[in-house]
Design a binder for this molecule. Structure first.
Ligand code: IMP
Length: 183
């Protein structure tokens, strides 16, 4: 769906579908250089990373593998607590693999910090992070993400995989959710 389909629920469009596509293409060119001659396993974090994973994987002009993890963070609907539980683990053995975690957003950084430590313990050859969005002002733990699409203000955003109470994931743009929706 397009922003105009849910116009009254959004307060600002941050990035259009085209802007996201262009930025993902730039990141892919960098990934192709950085991983030239190496195998590459993309690990997507369900469910928010579905759109970025699908577009990133298809934009890459090389062969990759994909696997998925589902984690659940204890906390309320707009803030994560950093206490994470694996709901679905990977099917792939990470030992000796070049792993790139694909995420929708680095907010507090708590989820990715936990995930990175967890995957690191499985002895990959390398482990890096690619996130479409990052909120620098919300950072509670620093996450060294090698590829970041856009730094955004500390507002609650939806679209392109990101939800509010499971809604708006299919919005093609990234937009700030209007406060009256979650007030
Ligand atoms: P963390 O605070 O970095 O641990 O963020 C954990 C997860 O919360 C992210 O992977 C998102 O799925 C979700 N999240 C964080 N900020 C937002 C947002 O602005 N909109 C929708 N989901 C978000």
């Amino acid at each position: 769906m397009e922003p105009h389909d849910v116009e009254r629920d959004l307060s600002e469009i941050l990035y259009s579908e085209q802007q996201i596509r262009d930025r993902i293409a730039q990141i892919c060119r960098q990934i192709e250089i950085d991983y030239a001659g190496k195998d590459l396993l993309l690990v997507g974090v369900l469910r928010g990373a579905v759109m970025v994973m699908a577009d990133l994987a298809r934009e890459l002009k090389r062969d990759i593998e994909m696997d998925w993890m589902a984690v659940s963070s204890y906390g309320n609907s707009t803030e994560s607590s950093g206490v994470v539980r694996i709901v679905k683990d990977l099917d792939t053995d990470l030992a000796g693999r070049n792993v790139l975690i694909v995420e929708d957003i680095v907010d507090s950084g708590l989820t990715l910090s936990w995930l990175k430590a967890n995957l690191e313990s499985r002895n990959p050859a390398s482990l890096e992070i690619c996130a479409l969005l990052r909120k620098p002002e919300a950072e509670k733990v620093h996450i060294d993400a090698k590829y970041v699409g856009f730094d955004i203000p500390n507002a609650f955003v939806v679209g392109y995989g990101l939800d509010y109470a499971e809604r708006y994931r299919n919005l093609r743009a990234v937009a700030v959710l209007a406060p009256h929706i979650y007030a």
